[in-house]
Design a protein around this ligand. Sequence first.
Ligand SMILES: Cc1cc2nc3c(=O)[nH]c(=O)nc-3n(C[C@H](O)[C@H](O)[C@H](O)COP(=O)(O)OP(=O)(O)OC[C@H]3O[C@@H](n4cnc5c(N)ncnc54)[C@H](O)[C@@H]3O)c2cc1C
Length: 280
Amino acid sequence: MIPTAFDYVAPTTVEDALSALATHGDDAKILAGGQSLLPVLRMRLNAPEVVIDLGKIESLRGVRDDGDAIVIGAMTPHSVVGSDPLVKEHALLIHRAVEHLADEQIRHRGTFGGALAHADPAGDLGAPALALGSSFVIAGPGGTRTVPADEFFIDLFETAIGDDEILTEVRIPKHTGWGAHYEKFVRVAHQWPIVAVAATVKGSGGSIEDVAIGLTNMGSTPLRARAAEDALRGGQDLAAAAELADQDTNPPSDLNGESSYRRHLAKVLTRRAVTAAAGG
Ligand SMILES: Cc1cc2nc3c(=O)[nH]c(=O)nc-3n(C[C@H](O)[C@H](O)[C@H](O)COP(=O)(O)OP(=O)(O)OC[C@H]3O[C@@H](n4cnc5c(N)ncnc54)[C@H](O)[C@@H]3O)c2cc1C
């Protein structure tokens, strides 16, 4: 199918994009890499009157060092994030997750901010962003606000970004020297995971000083495996801690697997991800 007709604007500044959003309100839709939006428009699941393309706003692209954090511009393509040396050095977990995200063509067009704003619970970037304690910088008519990751993801395909707002960048606290691993369980290559586990570990020689674990597709939003993290910080062995990985989750049942199967996967994948992140 082809989408319904829409007007197209391509502002060159965030201010102009915000003013286009203010003018068109509910009738407008933001376009980033188009890898999720265009299929939605082609299936006519959404029919905006105006599409506001952020592709010409240079200030939304790139990765920069900002002291104790690295900052990734919302319009930075996955391929750039995946090959950026700052990301690899200070947020290895994001680097590892991008390696597993879709295929090269989609990584070339799709953007870091677009994927997070889309908030697909099966998306590969939410759990790593959550585990790393990222914060989301959102611009709106009243200025800019910063939302922590655990308040950003609200529900299935729903975030804290308002209708008149734009995600501009994501700040990720540096985790320099932390090991990291993204363990993704798929039925078909280059697709969204049935379940995935994002683990990052501070420690050496197999010992765990600190740990953060994010879960993909274990509920309507990305989740932290807090009980498993606490058990590991408390010195419990990994096999026992991983058994807690599905606590406080609400995994869906669908054609790819029952909820109970996803709970089982979360435990197995947590064990694998933490082992790999700790260098085991
Ligand atoms: C075949 C295929 C396989 C894929 N496989 C995977 C996979 O394995 N893992 C995975 O994680 N993803 C996968 N994806 C999705 C991919 O990661 C997309 O890049 C991502 O979901 C959307 O990013 P985008 O930049 O294309 O955003 P768009 O499609 O342009 O936008 C997505 C949504 O976010 C909104 N939006 C975008 N940017 C902003 C912003 N800055 N501020 C406010 N709202 C914004 C848009 O209005 C839209 O509603 C796949 C996609 C396809 C087509």
